[in-house]
Design a protein around this ligand. Sequence first.
Ligand code: TXA
Ligand code: MG
Length: 334
Amino acid sequence: MEILKPDERGLRRAAECIARGGLVAFPTETVYGLGANAFDARAVARVFEAKARPSFDPLIVHVASLSQAESVAREICPKARALAEALWPGPLTLVLPKRDELPEIVNSGLSTVAIRLPAHPVARAIIELSRTAVAAPSANPFGYLSPTKAEHVERMLGDKVDFIVDGGACAVGLESTVLDMTRDPPRMLRPGGMSAEAIEAVIGPILRGAAPSAAAAPTAAAASPGMLDSHYAPTTPLRLVGEGELSSARPEGRAAALVLDAGRLKSLGDAAGRFARIRVLSKSGDLVEAAASLFAALHELDQAGFDEIWAERVGERGLGPAINDRLYKASKKI
Ligand code: TXA
Ligand code: MG
């Protein structure tokens, strides 16, 4: 494995590697992806192997333009087109009918394919230079926290990839929102970096998906395996409590706490003394900033060897549902 700078030479080497069937981890605005040529079934098989990902969990195909999306999707319905035109490039993945040319391993044999046009210039340049659509799950072992920095990828999958392109920290920090466009109204399969409000402003009401607690069982029948419990989990047990409930927490052993903002930190009062470390996600309580630092904070606390990590739910506006979803899944490690 070699770490590449995102300069012209690095981007070219990364793209050539993908075109030849290699595996390249690269930054997107959401999280780092583990990319392979979507039309090369062997390369895609290596992605599943590297992540120890079950074959029933389909990958997202990344494209550099709407016209390239048409080489992967059989049909782009008017609502999907409106969303692509308004919100791409960005943290929104559209599930659309798949073209036969795409190998079945990419989408686990479903009739649909998930497609996304990322906003990160490094991701876009690699896709363009590789001259192919790029299948890329988050670059973490299956079930573990997603990476938002090159060093996270190096630590988790460094021995399994050909290159890691280091583009610094990911600005959004949460995976894309996955929206099933094969039904009307469309259904949100995974809350993520694009808020439901932003989507509804373009196409009107959508179904917001199942509540996390009602998430599907881990079988091939799951609508979107990203909805499974016990995804995005740190190794350290994570205890999730309701908004404002951390002040009555009784942690066991050496514990760390994750709170949204300076106000929440202050309101902990005496309870603050029960934690060995308290990490504030955004001083001002900005949910965009909190989302951007969530996985990095969890990686950091997980590495520090605490007995427990305690976290508090945040409000349900904007990126709140996506943050709560990741915290919930982190707390559900089997
Ligand atoms: O932000 C992101 O989406 C990142 C970056 C790298 O683009 N990628 C990512 O990929 O999070 P991954 O593989 O970790 O999550 C993909 C999610 C999974 O929950 C998967 O089940 C769902 O998308 N998915 C993929 N194809 C699908 C399909 N045809 N129908 C329903 N869900 C699908
Ligand atoms: Mg993932």
